[in-house]
Design a binder for this molecule. Structure first.
Ligand code: BDR
Ligand code: CA
Length: 315
């Protein structure tokens, strides 16, 4: 079993990832922590509470950061043209007062306490900005040695970004946080656009899943606007970013990786760019020395990943 803390900014593709984790037989979902990103923190938290009821899982939900790790960095706008103004494709959503209440107001404390209660056992899967993870490291650096592994959806190493030619949105949204997470002494698997740009679900495939359960009917409905957005890039289909990271957790054999130290550009036109120093490649001594070796996920068997996604979502 994988004991998982899922850090997320739901978010349309986050919703699919949450259903995947909730349905996967080898995932023990210890908690869901929210972060701003696809919408403001009040909305991403409300959406997590709504999805908990709609998908029928029981894990606690903890509210996390609503501003960047470095308070001087602007939060920026929210991508309502992708995820809708409410973060879930502008479908009708219940008033939070009608939902099971939030379990914790301090997601960072929840992460620290959960990791310390399960030393060496917790996998963190983070598919929004890295703010909560960075805050947890800053508050309690000792957790890095106690986490089993970290898997993030974010970054772009050998392909263009999606929010600028250099940067992917989750990293660009809080680059100082991402740089701290990638240079901390824990193992991070970075599932970025190099692979999530290849995992696609068509509108027809999602529509075919819809009748199988109320959760899938909902997922189909809330994804329509997101598919409309992606139609500019890929005909009548969407990129499956966040679920791809979850698949890497449970089936790493469906991917290939390139190991090396990583940094994030935090200033200038390349802000949010993720840079890899391939392991074993010599460079003159400098700032890239003595950093932890992380793993950039650079290859994917996309058809097999998507077949597994459909199977788990339908289960
Ligand atoms: C990432 O950005 C968010 O909009 C998505 O939910 C995903 O986590 C893709 O760049
Ligand atoms: Ca996300």
């Amino acid at each position: 079993m994988h004991k998982v803390i899922f850090d997320t900014d739901p978010g349309v593709d986050d919703a699919m990832a949450l259903l995947f984790l909730a349905r996967h037989p080898q995932v023990d979902l210890l908690g869901v922590t929210t972060v701003f990103g696809n919408a403001a923190i009040s909305m991403t938290t409300r959406n997590a509470l709504f999805l908990r009821e709609a998908f029928g899982f029981d894990a606690p939900v903890a509210q996390g950061a609503g501003v960047c790790f470095d308070p001087a960095r602007e939060t920026g706008g929210f991508p309502d043209f992708i995820h809708g103004a409410n973060g879930l494709g502008d479908i009708a959503l219940p008033d939070p007062a009608h939902l099971r209440p939030l379990d914790h107001l301090d997601a960072v404390g929840f992460i620290i306490d959960t990791v310390r209660a399960n030393p060496g056992q917790v996998s963190i899967v983070a598919v929004g900005r890295m703010t909560n993870l960075a805050l947890a490291l800053a508050r309690d650096p000792g957790i890095a040695a106690l986490v089993k592994d970290v898997t993030i959806m974010g970054g772009a190493f050998f392909v263009p970004g999606n929010i600028s030619p250099a940067a992917e949105a989750n990293i660009h949204g809080d680059p100082e946080a991402a740089d701290l997470v990638l240079t901390a002494p824990w193992k991070v698997h970075v599932v970025g656009l190099d692979v999530t740009g290849q995992t696609q679900m068509t509108r027809a495939e999602l529509r075919a899943l819809a009748p199988k359960s109320p959760a899938l009917t909902l997922l189909d409905a809330l994804s329509q606007r997101y598919i409309d957005f992606y139609d500019r890039l890929i005909p009548d289909a969407m990129l499956v970013h966040d679920t791809c990271a979850c698949v890497h957790l449970v089936r790493p054999d469906l991917f290939t990786r390139t190991e090396g130290a990583m940094r994030v550009v935090c200033q200038g036109i390349a802000t949010g760019q993720t840079i890899l120093k391939p392991q074993g490649r010599p460079f003159p001594p400098g700032e890239w020395d003595d950093l932890p070796v992380q793993s950039a996920v650079t290859g994917v068997q996309a058809d097999q990943v998507m077949a597994l996604v459909a199977e788990v979502l339908s289960s």
